[in-house]
Design a protein. Structure first.
Length: 204
């Protein structure tokens, strides 16, 4: 029985592209692997405290940090909804990372998470793709890839990127609606297929 750890961090519970896409992923995972387990954390509904001196010093002896580390250790795959806020990840997601990364316990050269596949739904209101005017403002994919690989040694990190999510709510972006819709449809399909493939692989 494979276990999926699902993390959402979008502020809004409704109308969030990242939440919609992670939900599509979980539906596909569950359909493919109904006997599997899903551990869910909504970081907007239940934010974690920022890392403080006591928690740093306690490491894995800290109750919260131990709980988060245990969820990661149990997971056969990790799904993270990471919308772009002010060019980077939500502060709640950064707090989760800071609490969950415990050097000498689950992070570092001997990390047991190196072979765990991570799927990141990195939604954004505009486009920051290579070749676009704001390409160098992209600090979601770049950061998460570096921190997951650098701290946990993760080598399988897949990004699903629905872009231009503000096109239907901003009149000045109206001409981009077809591109936004295409990006959303592509992200939905990628999430569905990725979840199906992972569930089949990990439950075999």
């Amino acid at each position: 029985m494979a276990t999926l750890l699902h993390i959402d961090s979008a502020v809004f519970p409704e109308g969030s592209a990242s939440r919609d896409i992670t939900a599509a992923f979980v539906r596909s995972w569950t359909e493919q692997h109904p006997e599997g387990k899903v551990i869910y954390r909504d970081l907007a509904a239940t934010p974690l405290p920022h890392l403080d001196t006591a928690a740093v010093m306690a490491g894995a002896e800290n109750e919260l940090r131990a709980e988060l580390a245990a969820e990661l250790a149990e997971a056969d795959a990790v799904l993270i909804g990471a919308p772009m806020y002010n060019f980077s990840i939500p502060s709640t997601l950064k707090a989760w990372l800071d609490q969950a990364i415990i050097v000498g316990h689950n992070a570092g050269p001997d990390s047991t998470l190196a072979d765990t596949p991570f799927t990141i739904v990195a939604s954004r209101g505009g486009s920051y793709a290579p070749g676009t005017p704001r390409e160098d403002f992209e600090f979601v994919q770049n950061y998460l890839e570096k921190v997951l690989n650098g701290m946990f040694g993760v080598t399988e990190i897949d990004f699903i990127v629905p872009e231009l999510t503000l096109a239907r709510s901003k009149p000045e972006m109206a001409e981009l609606i077809p591109l936004a819709d295409a990006s959303r449809a592509k992200a939905d399909e990628e999430a569905t297929q990725k979840a199906k493939a992972l569930a089949a692989r990990l439950s075999a």
